[in-house]
Write a protein that binds this ligand. Structure first.
Ligand code: R5P
Length: 262
């Protein structure tokens, strides 16, 4: 890995722990102003000190994040779809590499839709971004998106998607947790992080999810709703950090969460 790429990766995945807690707030690019993310600036302000990187679009970055803050940016560059449109998988590159460099992004994120009618388009676009990323030293995070078909989140499917993303050159992959997650990790030679998915019933459930993923080989989380939709969002991100960076048990993390109850 060239120096620039390596340096950017080291801002995203802690060289001390080898792990990462990223805060995902990019949901509005196809979901609009969803609950608790109506005013992104307000939601993320108290969370920024506890995140290793912020994953978002250029519009929210420019309008809602103070450029003086030292938080690394994972810039979502795919889009072109919406929750009310005909096909959620119909995504393409909507933000250029030049723009990512201008915004001082530490990485770019792009969704691939394996098994959909737009599989080919998204995979070819991923390859194109990897080529450009290599040219400028910008890592590419491939996101294994499932569109509306959440039932697709099984081991075989996710192992397939993650491996394809790594084969096409992504420097890191974001996927979902599943049963036998260790098989997904085993088949993917680049760092894997998990999304949280829709808000789970309890904070305890989300902490258990993070712990299981870490135990089975994930390098961290790129979590959104299970953090910022929690009534104790700061407590949640701190509890997640304890699991990811300090190898804490779920019980220890819950204890911290309760202590920090607002
Ligand atoms: C999915 O593609 C979204 O862009 C989010 O970045 C991702 O799902 C992570 O957020 P959450 O933990 O809310 O699922």
């Amino acid at each position: 890995m060239d120096w620039g790429m390596k340096n950017r990766m080291s801002r995203l995945i802690s060289p001390e722990t080898g792990r990462a807690v990223w805060l995902a707030i990019d949901h509005g690019y196809f979901l609009g102003p969803l609950t608790k993310l109506e005013e992104p600036a307000k939601t993320i302000k108290p969370l920024i000190p506890f995140t290793d990187a912020l994953m978002l679009t250029r519009g929210i970055l420019r309008n809602c994040v103070d450029a003086n803050l030292p938080v690394p940016i994972i810039l979502r560059v795919s889009g072109g779809n919406s929750i009310v449109g005909p096909a959620l998988s119909n995504e393409d590159i909507q933000t250029s590499m030049e723009e990512a460099i201008r915004l001082n992004a530490s990485a770019i994120a792009f969704s691939i839709y394996v098994g959909t009618e737009h599989e080919h388009k998204t995979l070819i676009a991923l390859g194109k971004l990897v080529d450009e990323g290599q040219r400028y030293g910008i890592p590419v995070l491939a996101v294994t998106a499932v569109g509306k078909e959440l039932e697709k989140r099984d081991t075989r499917y996710l192992a397939l998607c993650c491996r394809i993303a790594a084969e096409l050159g992504a420097q890191a992959v974001k996927t979902y947790y599943c049963e036998e997650f260790e098989k997904v990790v085993k088949g993917c030679p680049v760092p894997l992080v998990i999304a949280g998915g829709p808000k789970l019933k309890t904070e305890h459930d989300a902490l258990r999810l993070a712990k299981s993923a870490i135990k089975k080989g994930a390098k961290g989380v790129d979590m959104g709703r299970n953090i910022w939709q929690s009534p104790n969002a700061v407590g949640m991100i701190k509890a997640i950090r304890k699991i990811v960076h300090e190898n804490a048990s779920v019980e220890e993390a819950v204890k911290l969460l309760k202590k920090l109850k607002t």
